[in-house]
Ligand binder design. Structure first.
Ligand SMILES: [Cu+2]
Length: 283
């Protein structure tokens, strides 16, 4: 019994220490997972930072509750076992305690709800967008469309690079042939839908995940504060190749974005004929 108790306490202390560290030093991976990572990937948007601090706050609350319950269990085991307390009390009700153990959890939930709803509001209320992009989930790849009125007017597919074709530096199962390119420090509104089953577009460093549902247009937004490539994956179990439809967002300077737009217009399919295409499809 004693060694089990000691193990439990050791595990709890280690867990608590990990939680503390996870909030700061071991936040690992910029835009990608890393070996032995125990914390979330580094945030590159305000919302992702808020998500992380909310996560850390919750871990402290959970840890306090676990330690409190553990302390109660220890008291019960030590003071009220058969040897220490041969004649048990026949008490079955205590109004004061019953009121307390109803109200205290309610207060804890309210305490959690306030920052939670604040975060949801920040995620769901989309600020005025500088760039709008639409993505469509397909089984099993992502399609991106840059509307003509945003300086785009093209669309392309973003497919996984198979392991045999990886170049040095490209990540297995995360690298794609065509990355979504967005400018740094600009509000990007991403419209998300699906052409077949439910997928989900999510990039941990950006702090967003959103379902891609056929027949529905969902929206998220992000304002990336750092240049680089940020990886994500489909986050809805969507079928056989669910694990093979990664997401790669490349954040670049405004000048580089303008250059990329010009190149992309010649490289990718134009959306100018979409009206005719869909009319054809309906016939
Ligand atoms: Cu999917």
């Amino acid at each position: 019994m004693t060694y089990r108790l000691r193990d439990a306490v050791t595990a709890l202390v280690a867990g608590t220490a990990a939680v503390g560290i996870a909030g700061t030093a071991l936040a690992a991976g910029v835009g990608q997972p890393e070996h032995w990572q125990i914390a979330m990937q580094e945030p590159v948007t305000e919302v992702a930072r808020q998500l992380h601090s909310f996560h850390t706050e919750l871990m402290w609350i959970i840890t306090a509750i676990v330690l409190f319950v553990l302390a109660l269990l220890v008291v019960v085991a030590v003071r009220f076992n058969e040897n220490a307390n041969p004649t048990p009390s026949k008490t079955s009700h205590n109004t004061a305690i019953e009121i307390a153990w109803t109200i205290v959890p309610v207060l804890v939930l309210v305490l959690i709800a306030i920052p939670s709803f604040r975060l949801l509001r920040n995620q769901l209320i989309i600020p005025k967008a500088d760039v709008t992009i639409k993505t469509t989930g397909h089984s099993w790849y992502w399609e991106y469309e840059y509307p003509a009125d945003q300086g785009g007017g093209f669309r392309f597919d973003s497919n996984l690079i198979e392991q045999a074709d990886l170049k040095p530096g490209q990540l297995r199962l995360l690298a794609v042939d065509n990355e979504v390119v967005v400018p740094i420090n600009k509000v990007v509104r991403l419209q998300i839908t699906s052409a077949d089953v439910i997928h989900s577009w999510g990039v941990p460093s950006l702090g967003f995940t959103m379902d891609a549902v056929p027949g529905r247009l969902n929206e998220i937004w992000f304002k990336a504060e750092r240049e680089g490539v940020f990886h994500g994956q489909c986050r809805e179990l969507c079928g056989q190749r669910h694990a093979f439809m990664p997401i790669a967002v490349r954040v670049v300077s405004e000048a580089a974005y303008a250059t990329w737009l010009t190149e992309a217009k010649t490289k990718f399919a134009s959306t100018a004929t979409d009206g005719a295409r869909f009319a054809d499809a309906r016939r």
